[in-house]
Design a protein. Structure first.
Length: 144
């Protein structure tokens, strides 16, 4: 589990404002862990060359309504097309997290009514979005 705030800040920046260079791609494979309920799942964060060609990157988000953590794709450049990617999430202002009690950037995926919030806020607060208890963290499993 990562306890250093600068790494969490880096994850936050990567999840919201990361713009990859054209020459290099970077995808991190992260394992999210909730110690109280035993939740353990792997996700990807970032963009490889194929994603870059489609103008998308993967981020990890939370739907508080059904206590689900999932990957979504968002545009790297919101003003450009996302060819071949029909279910790209759009940033939709801010929403209040009932679990954390704070305003967070909100994403909406076509066909889904649950507002999705970036995982980094839950990691920083050490609150597991699956069961609402403390003891939530991540490990970087790989990178490509």
């Amino acid at each position: 589990m990562v306890d250093r705030p600068h790494l969490l800040l880096g994850l936050a920046v990567l999840s919201i404002f990361w713009i990859p260079s054209i020459a290099a791609s970077e995808v991190a494979v992260l394992e999210l862990l909730c110690h109280s309920c035993g939740y353990r799942e792997r996700f990807v964060q970032g963009a490889d060359e194929i994603d870059q060609a489609h103008n998308v990157q993967s981020i990890i988000v939370v739907c508080e309504r059904n206590r689900q953590i999932r990957n979504i794709k968002i545009p790297i450049d919101p003003g450009s097309e996302t060819p071949g990617e029909p279910l790209v999430a759009k940033r939709s202002g801010f929403g209040k997290s009932d679990l954390l009690g704070i305003q967070l950037p909100r994403f909406i995926v076509p066909g889904n009514t649950c507002p999705l919030f970036p995982i980094n806020a839950y990691l920083e607060a050490n609150i597991c979005p699956v069961d609402g208890s403390s003891g939530f963290g991540f490990k970087q499993i790989g990178q490509y």
